[in-house]
Design a protein around this ligand. Sequence first.
Ligand SMILES: [Mn+2]
Length: 294
Amino acid sequence: MPEILKTLENVKKLFEKEPAFIELDPGNKEIIVVGDLHSDLEATNAIVKIISEQKNTIFVFLGDYIDRQIKEGDGVKTILKVFELKQKCPDRVFLLRGNHEFAEVNGSSGFREEVFTFYDEKTWNKFNGVFDEMPLALRTTTGVLMLHGGLPDISSYEEMKNLPKVTQSEENKFADQIVWNDCLPRKRAILAVADRGIPNTLTYGQDFFEEKMKILKSNVLIRGHQADMKGAIFDGRCITLLTCKIYEKFPYTHSKYYKLLTPPLNGRPIAVIPPRIINTAKDLKFYDVLKYKN
Ligand SMILES: [Mn+2]
């Protein structure tokens, strides 16, 4: 069997052991959060170095590892490096699933073509078989919720505990919303079908955010996905983190509506969560991953 298929089989087994919704007690460990990578090899290499140096730190990735590549091949290289980290450190590296880790998205956004160029159709199908087993959300006992897109429209914590793993995002409304939902920096709730045109998904405001965060027993949400929302909104409790060059200079189309509570997160930011109860973005530290030194 080719080496790449063995790697994919091994990493799939690791994901199969994890639930769709992970509850994690970090103990006395710091957590470093990595936002969307979108085939950014330079950022990925910097993270690989940090992980090898900080053996007592937990790492959570927010999904969207592939697609939007500037150079063909970088998407495959990025996801393989990330999978290698999971294999080396399965207990302290958590890889959440983004909307691009669905065949329906990476089939037409660059990744499929890449895999077909360097490997074949079978390998592309195997990659998506691995993506299907990735977890969708992680909550720490210190009050931080991490996921790719946005909060699901759930009505109990039990519903989140029962979250299934899916192949097509339409199979489960909550899974769909977790990888696709957006937010808008407005006080009043806006519950509308998301601009992206995906059925069942929402663009929500602060009222919805606060209601769902209470159900999810969380104070702060760290998510990626939305390039025009970099920084913290909703009283510093909703942080959008994007760790790739392609989003570096994206404009803030919504800043006219709401004052961002932290400076825009320029460069390729990562977030550091200290091992204590977290209440707002002010409790976290942000670094450009290329300049980070412990
Ligand atoms: Mn996304």
